[in-house]
Structures are given as structure tokens and as C-alpha cells.
Design a binder for this molecule. Structure first.
Ligand code: AMP
Length: 282
């Protein structure tokens, strides 16, 4: 496994690989890796000749008062995981490498997809995400890049950006990987106390409850949201950020659940913000 920290070296490597006809698969991450990340790596290895993983905690996607400083970082452990997965290259740029003095270019995906869900409570977040992913695509030149359905809105934003800017990369969105008890894997789960960890189970329980109601024929978004809320509020430390029922493609709110509906939840459990979702395909 090659470790690259400089943009020029990463670009040189990618250029040579492409010249040799290699398909580059790319998995951008913020590190503190778990099985969710590993599932993306495995998907990339299935489809590509070379798998490149980036680790970069992108300051531009954290708002004021968010957890940039305390975001879990564990490079030694991450490198062990990546070695075990036999990836080809890990790209670990420093902040100054990505955003040198005078940096001033941003990618802003506009419209409904960056107005609701997480965008409401995290203004500027998706501008930071789109900017860093656009930069990483420019550096790594992937043929195909892998994202998790866990961050459903992020995946929609990236697909939109790639389409609008005619970028030469295919986007794959892979299923949510969960802990045995159903909690969606997240680097932020490490923030949870034992009590909070138990209460966080209400998130997946509420989605499962919604699915049961849908299977019984319920279609009202209002009713579904109300039922999700009831389950979520069973936890003392759970505070709801949003429960949304939207079109999975354009993220516009729906009154009635239809095929390809995204039910998205964001909550605070104690001080930790957690997200989860489910796509309904009827
Ligand atoms: P992050 O390191 O949190 O920025 O995540 C890097 C990538 O891993 C993103 O595309 C995430 O959507 C994806 N990811 C994070 N958690 C999961 C999960 N539980 N299952 C599948 N993919 C995930």
C-alpha cells in the first residue's frame, strides 16, 4: 500500500495509472474507519483495477460550533485496516496542501437538494462537501467513486454536481452498514456514552416501525412522521433535528409516500448528531 500526502504525487500516480489503462476506483473518507467504509472499499475493488482511499477531515464542511476539533482521528488504526483490505493507495493530504493560503474557489450545488434535511441545521455543509469532493476528483481522476447511502443527501448532491459539471466519474451509492443491533455505523458513534448508545437504537427502531406501517398500507407522510417521532422520543436524551419524507431523487417533500421515497432522520443523542434513513421502493 502506497501512502501519498502530496497532491502532485497523487496526480502523477493517477495520470500514469490511467495511461496504462487502469480503472481507478475512489473512496473518499474522513478516516476513523469502520465497516461502512470497508464496504465501499470492497465495492471499489470489485469494479476497479486500482482502489484509492482518501483520508481528510475537511474543515470546510464543519460549521461553527460543530465537532471539527474533536472529530475522531486514528490514523495508525486506519492504516492497519487499509493494509488489511489491500488497497493500492491511501491519499492523506494536510489541510494546507488542500487549502493553501489564498484558496478561494467553491462548488455550490443550489436548489431543493441543498435547502432541506441536513442543510437546514448545517448551513454551508454541502458547499464544503461538494468543494472537497470536486477537488479530490480533480486530484485522483477516478473512473468510479463510492459513497454511502448513510449520507443520503450527500450522495444526491455529489451526483448532481457530477452531472452539472460534466465530470468524468461514475458515482455508486452503497447500502447502509449497521451494527448488529441496527445502529448505523458512524465515526461519531464513538462519542456516545453507554446510556446514549442504548437510546440511539430508537433511530433504527423508528425506521423499522415506519416500514411496518408502510407494509400495512399507510401512505400519509404526516402519519409516518408522527409515528417515527413517537418512537424517537422514547429516549430521554434524544432531541429531534428533522424527520423528513421526500422524493429520493430530488429531495422535495412528499405528502404521500410513493416509489423511491426517502425517509430521513437526524437527531441529537446528548451532544452527538446522528443521521439515518430508509428508501422505500414500492
Ligand atoms: P465519512 O468518513 O463519514 O465522511 O464517510 C465516508 C464515506 O463512507 C461516505 O460516503 C459515507 O456515506 C460512507 N459511510 C459512512 N458510514 C457508512 C455506513 N454506516 N454504511 C455505509 N457507508 C457509510
Amino acid at each position: 500500500m502506497r501512502i501519498i500526502t502530496k497532491i502532485s504525487e497523487m496526480k502523477g500516480y493517477a495520470h500514469k495509472a490511467k495511461k496504462n489503462g487502469k480503472v481507478i476506483g475512489f473512496v473518499p473518507t474522513m478516516g476513523s474507519l469502520h465497516d461502512g467504509h470497508v464496504s465501499l472499499i470492497k465495492a471499489s475493488q470489485k469494479e476497479s483495477d486500482i482502489t484509492i482511499v482518501s483520508i481528510f477531515v475537511n474543515p470546510k464542511q464543519f460549521g461553527k460550533g460543530e465537532d471539527l476539533k474533536k472529530y475522531p482521528r486514528n490514523l495508525a488504526r486506519d492504516l492497519l485496516i487499509l493494509k488489511k483490505e489491500k488497497i493500492d493507495v491511501v491519499f492523506i493530504p494536510a489541510e494546507k496542501e488542500m487549502y493553501p493560503e489564498g484558496y478561494s474557489t467553491y462548488v455550490n450545488v443550489e436548489g431543493a437538494i441543498t435547502e432541506n434535511l441536513c442543510a437546514r441545521s448545517r448551513p454551508g455543509h454541502f458547499k464544503g462537501v461538494a468543494t472537497v469532493v470536486a477537488k479530490l476528483f480533480g486530484i485522483v481522476s477516478p473512473c468510479v467513486s463510492f459513497f454511502g447511502q448513510k449520507d443520503a443527501q450527500q450522495a444526491v448532491v455529489i451526483k448532481h454536481m457530477v452531472k452539472d459539471l460534466n465530470m468524468c466519474v461514475e458515482i455508486r451509492v452503497m447500502p447502509i452498514i449497521r451494527e448488529k443491533d441496527g445502529l448505523a455505523m458512524s465515526s461519531r458513534n464513538t462519542y456516545l456514552s453507554e446510556k446514549e448508545r442504548k437510546e440511539a437504537l430508537a433511530i433504527y427502531a423508528s425506521l423499522k416501525h415506519a416500514r411496518t406501517l408502510l407494509e400495512k398500507g399507510e401512505r400519509s407522510a404526516h402519519v409516518i412522521k408522527g409515528e417515527i417521532k413517537k418512537v424517537l422520543l422514547s429516549g430521554k436524551h434524544v432531541k429531534i433535528d428533522h424527520i423528513e419524507v421526500v422524493d429520493a431523487e430530488n429531495l422535495k417533500p412528499l405528502k404521500k409516500v410513493k416509489n423511491d421515497t426517502l425517509i430521513a432522520i437526524a437527531v441529537h443523542v446528548g451532544k452527538t448528531r446522528l443521521i439515518d434513513n430508509m428508501v422505500i421502493r414500492t
